[in-house]
Write a protein that binds this ligand. Sequence first.
Ligand code: SAM
Length: 330
Amino acid sequence: MLDKYERNINYLRVSITDRCNLRCTYCRPKEGISLKGHEDILRYEQILRVVGQAVKMGFIKVRITGGEPLVRRGFVEFVQRLKKIEGLEDISLTTNGILLERFAKDIFAAGVRRINISLDSLDADRFREITGGGNLDDVLRGIDAADKAGFAPIKINTVVIRGFNDDEALEFARLAMKKPYQIRFIELMPVSMVNINQPREFMPNAELLKRIQKHFRLEESEKKKQSADGPARIFSLAGGAGEIGFINPVSDHFCSTCNRLRLTADGKLRACLLNESEVDLKKALARNCSDEELAGLIDRAIMLKPEKHDLDCTDRNLKKCYRDMSDIGG
Ligand code: SAM
């Protein structure tokens, strides 16, 4: 479906829970254990109904996210049911990898082929610090299990925080030399902003790219610019097994090609990550609304998509005006 700016909106990011087994400092407050009860969260049947309707309206891609999607009970069965929706061409997953060793095989068997694993540090102590107690080995074993299960390519998402992990850029590049992973550096966005000072800790990816180029020969992939990599700029590494990507939502926003809607765990359709416009589906779903009404609500969310997010992300007076990322679904 085309929005007001002629963008074809065909990609739904679905947050199935706001709960997470990590407490990443920039993603949610330390004390921010979910207060939402089961009754506040869409049931799987309701999510499947929304996706089914969206697919009838032209959506072809779904990414499952959270919170941490693998902590919600019945996840694999949910994916199996999602897979049965005719017309849905692509199901992908974003996970922190902590539980991946246990689930990788089953998720692959259920039909997911593309997986993004978040990993902000390759140093165990730092990883524990940034994630509020996470164990790096769990994630590394999860990545390994995903590799063995057959996921390809495996994408690793690394949020770059100046003064915290920017010095690990070369270490991540070395990992991409050795393994066939696509390491994607993501600029820190001013979402939630409880434990971070985004203007101070933000590092533009252009700076990181220059730093990596001093040590590795990178070649930008033209083909990948138009592919399923979405807004990432992808570079191959001469002599390496993997690739490096840069996602620049702050320094070089990609709103003109945005094709997404987000379904939050509590049943809101959000038109843009960095804009508060939302359409509530939960009430309508709870009273078992007609397909026409549901389609109308999805249509309304599409029409709410702004031309671009209007944040000056380096504005020091930026208000903490957003829901936490774990709440919206990253
Ligand atoms: N739990 C899953 C995970 O860790 O991948 C899925 C949800 S998490 C919110 C999705 C992604 O959003 C993670 O890669 C996380 O690093 C990223 N993220 C959270 N807050 C962010 C911020 N302020 N700026 C940039 N990325 C952020």
